[in-house]
Design a binder for this molecule. Structure first.
Ligand code: SF4
Length: 221
């Protein structure tokens, strides 16, 4: 399927979507956003990485920051923190540069590597965008984690690519329906920036009235 440019969704939403469909819908359908320490820290880290229009050259590596990318296949658009172009016979020509250059996306994240695939999926979506825009094949990239201060390599294998396509299609289906899924509290809710808005505690009870009644009773001496 090819999506219309007018309806492209935010590429960065893919990580929210894979973490929690409801969180994604609150942010991208209902336009809710609540800052917490994690989102502020994440933005500061991205601010440094997204130093737009910068182009650096270090030996056989050319570095571009804040590069805008999109994909009609995924229907997503966004920005890459950093795209390195490595001098390689398997690369592509770049305007103003001699030789062939192989793109290598690098995404900056606060914290440490996660157990789930959210970060890998976002990076892989960036790679698919770059492949579509530059007519090339990108086999790998890397995630840089602020807490461990090093890169973790990511291979863009068939399984990861299929999951990116499947999730972006599902994201579109929800977006077109304008549907926000119900809260399904998990351990991940503790780290969720929308915890207070989402009120996962309410989902454990039958209704808001039941929740408030219990809350008042528990508060009584
Ligand atoms: S609090 Fe939990 S259920 Fe609600 S949006 Fe966040 S992760 Fe999803």
């Amino acid at each position: 399927m090819t999506y219309n440019e007018q309806e492209f969704l935010q590429l960065s939403g893919l990580q929210h979507f894979s973490f929690c469909r409801r969180q994604w819908a609150l942010i991208h359908i209902e336009q809710q956003w609540q800052e917490n320490l994690r989102t502020v820290e994440g933005r500061l880290l991205h601010g440094r990485a997204h130093d737009e229009q910068q182009r650096e050259r270090g030996g056989d590596v050319l570095i571009l920051r804040g590069l805008s990318v999109f994909s009609g296949q995924l229907g997503l658009s966004g920005k890459c923190d950093v795209v390195e172009f490595h001098l390689s016979q398997e690369g592509i020509p770049l305007q103003g540069e001699e030789g062939l250059w192989l793109p290598f996306p690098v995404e900056y994240k606060r914290g440490e590597p996660k157990k789930d695939d959210a970060d890998r999926l976002q990076l892989c979506a960036q790679a698919i965008c770059l492949e579509e825009m530059l007519c090339c094949k990108i086999a790998q990239g890397a995630l840089f984690y602020g807490e461990i201060k090093r890169r973790v390599p990511v291979a863009f294998d068939a399984a990861l690519r299929d999951e990116v396509v499947r999730l972006s299609d599902e994201m579109y289906a929800l977006y077109r329906r304008g549907h926000t899924p119900k809260a399904r509290p998990t351990k991940g809710c503790n780290a969720c920036s929308l915890k207070e808005l989402c009120l996962p505690g309410l989902a454990k009870h039958r209704s808001a009235a039941t929740y408030l009644t219990r809350y008042i009773q528990e508060d009584e001496p």
